[in-house]
Ligand binder design. Structure first.
Ligand code: DX5
Ligand code: ZN
Length: 219
């Protein structure tokens, strides 16, 4: 049985206490830092970028999973590598030459992720699935934390699990948006490997305990 990986999204963290938030994640049972980059073009919001990630990287003791919600991500892949990204995820919908972008990310020495908006069928990845390390299924429309989980996601996870098996691929299935202790068990059961959670973790009374609950949600 594969372990459940938990990736807290710092979008919901207290930015005035960012060091403390990073320390909390370091000490917790979480596996990755999930870092959301938005450009106000690909998504209707702007978050944070390279300098903030570089600072987080200095303090983080766990891999940095950078989710690029930006247009033309190929222009910045090398910069995000420099800033400390271990996993770099680009959106399917933002890449005209997705195959090339995946090779670029891997060539820079990072794991390559591809994110799918809620409307994008998993079948669109059929010809690159063996080249990808992570598929990020968006379970809300990207751009904001704290949105309602889209129920259709369960079916997409099952379809993606089938696609991975059929192609003897190794990609991890990551789910992002509206994930919390209420749906984590079902997501793992459907075939997810990595749970991203922002508000569920950082708005809870005890973030570390919520991380523990997510981590053990398959049991
Ligand atoms: C949304 C981001 C998410 C976001 C999730 O566009 O990709 O990572 O932080 O936030 P919650 O867990 O609050 O839905
Ligand atoms: Zn994200």
């Amino acid at each position: 049985k594969q372990p459940v990986l938990v990736a807290p999204s710092l979008l919901a963290a207290n930015f005035l206490e960012l060091g403390k938030e990073v320390d909390m994640v370091n000490r917790s049972e979480a596996d990755w830092f999930h870092l959301d980059v938005m450009d106000g073009r690909f998504v209707p919001n702007i978050s944070y970028g390279l300098p903030v990630i570089a600072q987080i990287k200095k303090r983080a003791t766990k891999p940095c999973d950078v989710h690029l919600m930006i247009e033309e991500p190929e222009k910045y892949a090398a910069d995000f590598k420099k800033a400390g990204a271990d996993i770099l995820t680009v959106h399917f919908e933002a890449c005209i030459h997705l195959h090339r972008n995946i090779q670029q990310i891997k060539g820079l020495g990072m794991k390559a992720g591809v994110a799918l908006n809620p409307h994008t069928p998993v079948g669109m990845l059929e010809n690159v699935i063996r080249d990808i390390d992570v598929v990020l299924i968006m379970s809300v429309n990207p751009g904001f934390g704290g949105q309602t989980f889209i129920e259709q996601t369960y079916q997409k996870i099952r379809q993606l699990r089938q696609l991975i098996t059929d192609n003897q691929a190794h990609a991890l299935i990551e789910v992002d948006g509206g994930v919390g202790t209420d749906n984590a068990g079902q997501l793992i059961q459907a075939g997810a490997n990595v749970l991203v959670a922002g508000s569920a973790i950082f708005s809870s009374a005890s973030p570390a305990q919520t991380i523990h609950a997510l981590k053990t949600s398959a049991q």
